[in-house]
Structure formats: structure tokens, C-alpha cells
Design a protein around this ligand. Structure first.
Ligand SMILES: [Zn+2]
Length: 372
């Protein structure tokens, strides 16, 4: 149990202050108030060059070609309808671009939105449909499968161990570094991802939706703007593959993403207040079961230790609640009428204290608690 609520009245008062601080976080400044407008969009055609992405034995198309075609169709449509918006491509030809560089292109150009386009693939040919990812951590096995595949591109890069600080896409432990990553644009990313999926469901040539999901995707990791990765269908599924093989259908998919862009831009340019329903997070369990199995990271907690409490709430929060700011790996304990959310597992108070400043960047009221 965290020692927060027992013993000295001073301690209780401090806890109360921390709780008040946590419950009265400032409202985000709207786009209008801050004078922001959506002026620059980066469109990222996944893979390229010696990295084909998903490949289908049954058709001559590879993922990298579909991604580039969709990126160009989407960019052309944005240019046509919004001549003032700057459209930047991470690649315009069949060339290899490192994952980190894709995000860097967006950061260097101060992009307002980053859209990465991909085609999915699974061992099970039954898996089908569209899904849009935002950066985050999720233990779901199928999300980890997508993530391993999309992140494994770094193995094709030279000296990836330096660029990605020892990150190994095949090692689930590596994903723990994403656990508390900063993402100030989480809500906007979710909002855009939801718009994309809504378009796919209502107008898309592939209407089956696997929803909006969170995954620790390297290409989205360090972007400093709302960013999503769209998986437009499965090359491994015969129906999706037939659809994606047709140019008219690819134009429809590009139009769907464009419509989501137009709707997102309208809100971004006016009041900028995005809201999302946490229920949109998640996906179709039936197809998940058919997916390739991949080990999810897990941390065993045994005996007395220290954790960092990030939040307290009188109501139980759902995964994906805005209050949790994208953190999905936490522990929750119900103590004295409050649900207390904590992260980390540190053997000593000193170790926890060392990690605290990093966590306070995201949760200013966070503090160390002892758990027996
Ligand atoms: Zn891909």
C-alpha cells in the first residue's frame, strides 16, 4: 500500500495539496487563442528502396508502392483544395529513408500534422480491415505484432544502435522505454486518428475497422506535432489486397484521409478544442485472436518497493482517459475513497526520486510513494 495517506497530519495535508494540483490542471490553450493554424503537413509513405515493407506473393504490388501512391494522391488533393497548406513528403520516389529521419523531417519543417501511410500484413490471412495508430503503449498482442514489424525497419539501417539508443525491435523490454514518453499532442493525434477511421467506416472501399489504437511506433516517437500511422488494409488478406490493387479504390482511400484532414483542419484553425471518446481506443477482438502471437512486456512487482503516484481520482478511469495522458502501463489502488494511479517499480526511495523529475514533466503533481 502506498504510505501517502497514513500517519502525520502534515503528510495528509501535503497529499491533499498534491491531489488538488492534480485535479486542477490548466485547460489546454486553443489554436485560436494561441494563433495557431494548420499550415504544414508531412505525408510519410512508409518503407521504400531496399525495404519493400509487406510483400504479397499473389500480386506484384508491394507495400512501399501502395504507400507512395496513396501519399501522392493525398498530397495532391490537399494541394488542390488548400493551396496555402505546405505539403512535405518524406519521400517522393522509391528510396530508403530511416525511421528517425522521417520524424526529423516533420520536426525541422515545424509541421502541424504528420501522417504515415502503411499497409498491414499478418500471418493469418483472415485478418483484414483498417486501423490508425497513435503513439502510446498498449499491451495488446496484435498491436505489438504491428509494432515489431513496422519498427524492425531500423534493422535495415546502418548503425541503428546509436540512432535509437540501443532499441531492439524484437525485445519486448525495449518497449518499456516508451512507457512514460512525452506526447503533448496525444489528444489531437487521437482526434485525427478517429476522423480517419470514421471516414473509412462510412465511405471507404474497406469498411471493416479495427479502430484507433496505441502502439510504441518508432516513426511517431519523437515527432513534435499530432501524428498518426494509418494501416489502410491487409496485403495478406485476399479481399483487402484486391481492393488495394485498384487505382480507383486507392483514390477513395486517399480521399477518405483527405476528408479527415479537412475536418481536423477546420477544428484546428477555429477553436482547436478536440475531444475524443476513450471508447474509440481498442479494436476488434475477433481478428486480434487470429493475429500472430507476440510477447508483451510485463513487470513483476514483489515485496516492498517505491512507485511514483501520477494521479488520484474519485472515479475509476478507463484506459485512454485524457487524465492518463497516454500512459497505459500503471497500477491503480483504491485507497480512502480515491483511485490512485502509480507507475514504476523502484527498489529504493533514491532510485524513485531520480526518476521523479522526468515523470513530473508530464504529471507536475507526481510524487514518490512507498508500497508494502
Ligand atoms: Zn509498413
Amino acid at each position: 500500500m502506498p504510505s501517502c495517506s497514513n500517519k502525520a497530519p502534515l503528510r495528509a495535508a501535503l497529499c491533499l495539496l498534491a491531489l488538488i494540483a492534480l485535479l486542477t490542471l490548466p485547460r489546454p490553450v486553443s489554436a485560436q487563442e494561441s494563433g495557431l493554424r494548420l499550415k504544414t503537413v508531412v505525408i510519410d509513405a512508409g518503407h521504400g528502396g531496399h525495404d519493400p515493407g509487406a510483400v504479397s506473393k499473389q500480386s506484384k504490388l508491394s507495400e512501399k508502392q501502395i504507400n507512395l501512391d496513396l501519399a501522392q494522391r493525398l498530397g495532391a488533393r490537399i494541394q488542390q483544395e488548400y493551396p496555402d497548406v505546405k505539403v512535405i513528403y518524406t519521400r517522393k520516389t522509391d528510396k530508403f529513408v530511416e525511421l528517425a529521419e522521417r520524424g526529423n523531417i516533420a520536426n525541422r519543417n515545424h509541421a502541424d500534422l504528420f501522417i504515415s501511410i502503411h499497409v498491414n500484413s499478418a500471418k493469418s490471412t483472415a485478418a483484414s480491415g483498417t486501423e490508425t495508430f497513435v503513439m502510446g503503449t498498449d499491451k495488446s498482442e496484435s498491436n505489438m505484432a504491428v509494432c515489431k514489424r513496422e519498427n524492425s525497419v531500423i534493422l535495415l539501417e546502418e548503425d541503428y544502435s546509436t540512432t535509437y539508443e540501443g532499441f531492439d525491435p524484437d525485445n519486448p523490454e525495449s518497449y518499456i522505454i516508451f512507457n512514460l514518453m512525452q506526447n503533448a499532442h496525444f489528444e489531437q493525434s487521437i482526434a485525427f486518428a478517429s476522423l480517419v477511421q470514421q471516414q473509412f467506416i462510412s465511405q471507404g472501399p474497406i469498411k471493416k475497422s479495427r479502430g484507433v489504437r496505441q502502439a510504441p511506433l518508432m516513426v511517431l516517437w519523437r515527432t513534435t506535432m499530432p501524428s498518426v500511422l494509418v494501416e489502410v488494409g491487409f496485403l495478406s488478406n485476399s479481399s483487402d489486397r484486391t481492393t488495394l490493387n485498384n487505382a480507383d479504390n486507392r483514390q477513395k482511400i486517399a480521399d477518405d484521409i483527405f476528408n479527415a484532414f479537412a475536418s481536423f483542419k477546420q477544428t484546428y484553425d477555429t477553436d482547436g478544442s478536440f475531444s475524443f471518446d476513450p471508447a474509440v481506443l481498442g479494436g476488434d477482438e475477433e481478428t486480434e485472436a487470429a493475429e500472430e502471437k507476440a510477447a508483451a512486456p510485463a513487470a513483476a512487482i514483489v515485496g516492498p518497493h517505491y512507485e511514483i503516484q501520477i494521479l488520484a481520482s474519485s472515479k475509476k478511469l478507463k484506459n485512454g482517459s485524457p487524465e492518463l495522458k497516454g500512459v497505459l502501463e500503471y497500477r491503480v489502488r483504491f485507497i480512502n475513497g480515491f483511485y490512485k494511479y502509480s507507475v514504476g517499480n523502484y527498489p529504493t526511495k533514491e532510485e524513485a526520486a531520480r526518476r521523479l523529475p522526468g515523470i513530473q514533466k508530464k504529471f507536475p503533481g507526481a510524487f514518490v510513494v512507498k508500497v508494502d
